[in-house]
Each structure stands twice: as structure tokens, then as C-alpha cells.
Design a protein. Sequence first.
Length: 258
Amino acid sequence: MVDVFEEVEDEMRAHKWRTLARRYLPWVGGAAAALVLGVGGTYGWSAWQESRAGKASVAYDRGLKALQTNDRAGADAAFAEAGKLGTRGYRTLALMQQGHILVGQDKSDEAVKLFDEAAKVAPSPILGDNARLKAAFALMDKASYEEMEKRLTPLTEDGRPYRATAKEALAMAKLQAGKVKEARGDFVVLSLLSDAPEGVRARAQAAIQMIDSGTAAKLPGLAKAAAELPKPQAAPAGQNPFAPQTGAPVPQAGAGKQ
């Protein structure tokens, strides 16, 4: 009799598990399939992004070579292609290069729009502030002091990558606006700033001497040319220094003198 009850209980347990299996296995199977598809989709997306980045690198390199031969139209087209194909990093670089081309054509207003756009899409403060400074330099001879102050002041805060150069540009804007005393004070601070590049400190000392000698009127154009930031370069074709923004380390670009 005990065996009969055990058989009944075993059958009930088996029936219960079969019922549960019929009810939940489709969902479990669907979840597993979704997991497999998700992993495969992520891999496919990464591969697609890497392929686009490789093509963007080739187009960007073609633009640089076109600039070396003074083929501005060809360079602009290549940089436009790199911007469309590449990740945010390559798009930022391409926009800045296109802005440089416009500056060379005395189209500063159009250049500033590209620099501002580059700053918005930049994946790192190094590239973003580089673009913001380029916009400020392009406006140096024509914008109001209020406009320059608005653009440059945030870039002078502690921790910003081009802090010293932004301070120099702001001092120059003050000088250009007739704020000679304030500008001189800023140059004094710059000349003593230990973390400022040597070139910035040297120009600050020269500016102080020119202000004191009454020849400061020559400074704005001189400083604008001297403070021109280096043009960032891209990695060789096939390498992807600007991977999709998924928390990966930010690339370091634009190394050189400030």
C-alpha cells in the first residue's frame, strides 16, 4: 500500500513539473535566445563601428595629405567623409580641420560654427576645449569683449586642459578692449604660473614689457598667432582611437605646446 501512495505522489510531482515546464520553458527559452541575440548583436555592432572607424581614419588621413598639397577642396571633402563615417572623436577632429580651412579663407564666422559643433560632439575635455579655444581665437579680432569673456572664462577654471592658454587669450581680449591694467595683472599671474607652458610664461613676460613700454598695440595679432593650438592628428589607418562611448578610457589627442 505504501508503494501505491509513493507511486501516486511521484506521478503528481512529475505532473506538476511537466505543467511548470510547459508554462515557463517557452519564456526561459525566449530569454536565452534574447541573450544570445543580444551578445551577437553587441559583437556585430562593435565590429560595424570598428569598420566605420577604420574607413574614417583612411578618409581623415587623405584629408591631411590633401592639405599638404594645398588641395583645400579635396581636404574638405575628405574630412566631411571622415566626420560622417567616424565616431565622435573623428567627427570632432574632422570638424576642426574643416574650421581651419575656413579660417584660411577668412570665413571666421563659418569656422566658428564648425568649432562650436566640434566642441559639442567632442568625447573628451581635451578635444572639446581645443575646439572652444579655436573658436575664441577665430573671433579675437572681431567679437566684443563680453563675447570673448563668455567663451574663455569657463576654460580658465582649475582642471581644464588648456587653462593657461585660455587665461592668455582672455588677457589679450582685455588688452584689446582697453582694459590695460587688468590685462597686465593677468599677464603677471601667467608669468608666475608654475603649471603654465614655458611659451605662455615667456609671452606673458614679453606682454608686460610691451605694456610698460607703450607698444602693447602690437600684441593682439602677435599673441593670436603665437597661441595657435596644435592641430590634433588621428591614428594610422585601421586603428580606432575613438571607440563608441561605452565608458572606455578617453583618448589623449592634441599633444604639443600650448
